[in-house]
Ligand binder design. Structure first.
Ligand code: ZN
Ligand code: FE
Length: 255
């Protein structure tokens, strides 16, 4: 039975995700920007909450953890490397560890860069990855704590996944990201089409997250730093992938 995934808009532009394994009825939450909309989403479906999977320490991803833990008795999982600045963890995990949601299995990936200790949860059999502020729709998180080389290494982990993977990321920043990516690869036809679709979706008030990894591979300037076409577009033919990523990220910081 496939993992059911529900996107829960929180705060002004955050997304939390609920997932439920239908066979066992086990449900997990990825990130808790605030409790109220998540409790409402659970109540509307009559779901319990067994697990809270934290991606990183920023307040807009953990503010609701304690209320949800208290209300539902959920077990809280987060990065061992971040345990000192996360709500108390019932389980501290590192790269390669497995998280079970009923019969579904997620693997923990270290995707440091935005913060040191940022993790993603990859449910390979279900073709879903919960990436929060690492890989985003047409973007990636700002590099606050790590290095550009570290963030590029993190993004490379997503490049290796099945292109059909659903990328469940943490924010609705896609429209602005699309405008930026068009400054990097103005002639990328897939990007032009996606930017138009994103603009139309936002005008209708629709979410543009989650997205498909295949779309990100074709259009996301950060994830495409190793592509000869992108390097050529910014006059960095033959340059090192991480150096190209760093240049794209610096341009976005000034955008
Ligand atoms: Zn963040
Ligand atoms: Fe965030």
């Amino acid at each position: 039975m496939p993992l059911e995934i529900v996107t829960v808009p929180c705060l002004s532009d955050n997304y939390a995700f609920l997932m439920r394994d239908g066979a066992s009825g086990t449900a997990a939450l990825v990130d808790a920007p605030e409790a109220a909309p998540i409790r409402a989403a659970l109540d509307a479906r009559g779901w319990s909450l067994d697990l809270i999977l934290i991606t990183h320490h920023h307040g807009d991803h953990i503010e609701g953890v304690e209320e949800l833990r208290a209300a539902h008795g959920a077990q809280v999982v987060g990065a061992k490397a971040d345990a000192h600045r996360l709500p108390p963890l019932d389980r501290a995990v590192s790269e390669g560890d497995e998280v079970a949601v009923g019969e579904s299995r997620g693997r923990v990936l270290d995707v440091s860069g935005h913060t040191i200790g940022h993790i993603a949860y990859h449910f390979a059999d279900d073709r879903a990855v919960f990436s929060a502020d690492s890989l985003m729709a047409l973007g990636c998180g700002r590099v606050f704590e790590g290095t550009h080389a570290m963030m590029w290494e993190s993004l490379s982990k997503f490049r290796a996944m099945d292109p059909e993977t659903l990328v469940c990321s943490g924010h609705e920043y896609t429209e602005a990201n699309a405008r930026f990516c068009l400054t990097i690869e103005p002639d990328n036809a897939d990007l032009q089409a996606r930017a138009a679709a994103v603009k139309a979706a936002r005008a209708r008030g629709e979410a543009t997250v989650p997205s498909r990894l295949s779309e990100e591979l074709a259009t996301n300037s950060f994830l495409r730093a190793c592509e000869p076409a992108l390097k050529a577009a910014i006059g960095m033919e033959g340059a090192d992938d991480a150096a190209v990523f760093a240049e794209v990220r610096r341009r976005k910081d000034r955008f």
